[in-house]
Design a protein around this ligand. Sequence first.
Ligand SMILES: N[C@@H](CCC(=O)N[C@@H](CS)C(=O)NCC(=O)O)C(=O)O
Length: 394
Amino acid sequence: MTYTLYGAPVSLYTGKARSYLRTQGVDFVEMSPGSDRYLNHIIPTVGRWIIPCLETPDGAIIQDGADIIDHFDLGDGREHRRFSVRPESPTLLAISHLFEIFGGEGLLRPAMHYRWNFDDLNLDFIMAEFALNMPQSMSGEQADEMFIKSSGRMRKAATVFGVSPESQPLIESAFEEWLDLFSAHLADHPYLLGGRPTLGDYGLIAAMWAHLYRDPAPSLLIKRRAPRVGRWVERMTTGEPYVHEYGGVEDSTLFDDTDLPETLLAMMRFVAAEYLPEITAHVDVANVWLGEHPEIAAGTNGLDDPANRSLTGGRGPEGSATFDWRGIRITTGVMPYRFWLLQRLHDDLAASGADDQRRARAVFSAGGIEPILDLRTLRRVERAGHLEVWGPLI
Ligand SMILES: N[C@@H](CCC(=O)N[C@@H](CS)C(=O)NCC(=O)O)C(=O)O
């Protein structure tokens, strides 16, 4: 028996899980969310349509990219993976978590923009790709109709991430800056933290794979402007060594945390400019909302539809945060999942010794992103029954 990954080539978060499984040499097959097994077994078990889901050889179902990685990195799946993706150095681990959050959550603006605002180049491709997700019983025509309906919803969802006519030129210039910084880093290092992928690379591949490398419009941009980034994407999707430009020899050593390359610090400063105002505003909004809703029982998210992943179930202005971003004001939806990822950074760092914590702080300070170490929601986010729920009142 092997693992089964329920996901889609076109899906952002499936890309994270698939990249992990491939680079770690895990034996798995991928199945469509249109398959009978997904529709009749996975959805009823998980309680909603969501990908990726991983079914283990003994029939357990794991929903969520980070949990899928943890199953192999820390849990029962350990014997099936090649190496841990958690650096031993607490400073590197904290940086790795930072990029895991940024890649999956902070790059959603360019991901949504480059997918949904370039119909001339993208639309035929995306439509064909989405057909792969539809129930197998559907005809081609029905699949196209379904695409038109669901793509309307997804285009609208792009605005929840701050994509608007005003922000679009800035999204493009910021993404080009990101490509230049990442490309400069990759000139000497095959991965974010040196010679092997860590959590941060798997976070980054989420946005960088399906939306930003596979869709035609941004693919062209990456290939023209930052081919090295394209090769990192390809490296992240194979279990084979793919390091021609580094002498063809694999050296899996990670950086010395007392001597980090300036190119990495420059990428951290980019994360600070791009994402720190947003996550700070989200924590502030969540804390106001939590303060106003002490009645929410621990172990629930307090929503009429518990499957909804936004703070307030997508209703009312109190579910969004407005903040300054690159000289304009933008508004984005608040999602507790991000706080859960952030807690993982905080928890791992808090478990290290005082000297390590000081070193990590100094590095985050040099990267302009130290304040992220102190952002806390009034209640912790926990995961239960495949959902994000609030922990007890503290
Ligand atoms: N944090 C989750 C996010 C999963 C997620 O948002 N998946 C998208 C596809 S890439 C989805 O299933 N969306 C369905 C929906 O929101 O209705 C994970 O990593 O599993």
